[in-house]
Write a protein that binds this ligand. Sequence first.
Ligand SMILES: Cc1cc2nc3c(=O)[nH]c(=O)nc-3n(C[C@H](O)[C@H](O)[C@H](O)COP(=O)(O)OP(=O)(O)OC[C@H]3O[C@@H](n4cnc5c(N)ncnc54)[C@H](O)[C@@H]3O)c2cc1C
Length: 494
Amino acid sequence: MSLSETTPAPQTSCLADRPIKPLPSDRLERIEAWGMNTAALAYVFRPSTLEGVQEVFALARSHGRKVCLRGMGRSYGDAALLAENICLDLTRMNRILDWNPHTGRITVEPGATIGDIWRYAIGDGWWPPVVSGTMYVSLGGGAAMNIHGKNNWKVGPIGEHILEFDLLLPTGEIVTCSSERHSDLFYAAIGGFGMLGCFTRLTLQLKRVYSGLLEVDAFSTQNFEDIVEQFERRMDSYDYLVGWIDCFATGRHLGRGLVHAARYLAPGEDPIPAQTLRVENQELPDTLMGIIPKSVMWRCMKPFANNLGMRLVNWARFTAGNTIGNHKRVRQSHAAFAFLLDYVPNWKWAYKPGCLIQYQSFIPAEQAARCFADQLTLCQQMGIVPWLGVFKRHRRDRFLMTHSVDGYSLALDIPMYPHTRARVWALAKQLNQLVLEAGGRFYFAKDSTLDPDTARAYLGEETIARFVKLKRECDPEGLLQSALSRRLFPTLYE
Ligand SMILES: Cc1cc2nc3c(=O)[nH]c(=O)nc-3n(C[C@H](O)[C@H](O)[C@H](O)COP(=O)(O)OP(=O)(O)OC[C@H]3O[C@@H](n4cnc5c(N)ncnc54)[C@H](O)[C@@H]3O)c2cc1C
């Protein structure tokens, strides 16, 4: 049985405001969370213009429906889903509206992806300052979650590079925001998980690069204390740092892994920048080792998609990195370094007939090694070992609903099957407790399991009250909703 059952929409008071009228049934589609752990039947509209978005808002209002905004659907959980209501899919609003190759400022519609942006700009020597582990993320969706990259401790989240945006409020008003103009709304809508309005135009400052290549160093680390120590030591000398953790290792090897550290090349270090900056020289290879087409690679992962297989894969990866890969230095294209997860399209299908949740927590630096060791020990004791663990360094930021801390995050890909679902939820509950005790935070883009009490505990009453106040000003009827917002913030609709 698939876990992806349609989530029934709870009948909240806001739904009772207006009579619910039927919408065209040919608009009904099954929309899935990226982790395949939940799904919803919703009426999907894909406008290609601002007027089209406004029409969808009007349609929702006249039919007593709510609207859930959706970009590329790359959130692992229920952030871009809402059963029995309207899914406003912005992927057709993906035009580049303005580009200045001298200043690196780009203005786009919200459905333009990180991939669209780097492909457009790299030939002029510019790269997005913040990218997620996949390029298939829309800028609107990325801003709504305030995504971070492998350089978060150095440059902050994407919101710190957004110069300006237009936000279409459900009231019909379009508000232009920047860090100076309507700054309250600027710092709340970025990271505001699509609750305050729809981004319809965004201007992003890109980063100047002098080569299409990065210099990448690889080295191994023996446990969580070691990886924290190595990160702290290297933060000043690199532009990107990312760790991979073997979640099956135990005892004194708990938290062992590999680190990839990269730096931009300075002018003159690359003898042929005009060549390395060409889009063709960035693209990820179509085949594995020149033989296996990318499209079938997830099938090759299938025999290993079980605890024993993943234990073996993690061990082999660590062992290879620990010996031949240790202190290896290579030059790699920006895309190859940044989008490792895009090498194997649809790799998540290897989890079928199960699915996955991603559990990413953000822990202050002093507590991080201890807290992550406790998290992994708990996972191992409960027999639910994450198949992938990714480790990053972060810094604090000013955004109202921020997930970031001055510390570290560990993102755990946890496999789930119908018969383990209750155990995974019980595990998540205990993990949440560890995170709260360590003064940590959570990330809506990855979340599937938080509850209102936990959200309140890490965000604080005052922050939630400020967000609720803005929600009432921008969206007095509670038109914008999602399964995640209903799950975590029932007070948004009271
Ligand atoms: C393989 C993989 C790797 C990832 N790596 C990272 C990573 O390294 N760092 C990181 O931070 N995240 C990462 N993510 C998470 C991903 O970046 C976020 O979930 C991002 O928000 C997805 O963008 P999207 O376009 O798919 O938005 P969706 O998932 O479709 O929507 C995300 C949110 O944005 C809202 N929204 C969408 N469009 C708009 C709009 N125009 N206006 C207002 N609100 C809107 C939605 O309502 C929803 O709340 C990863 C995800 C995957 C699948």
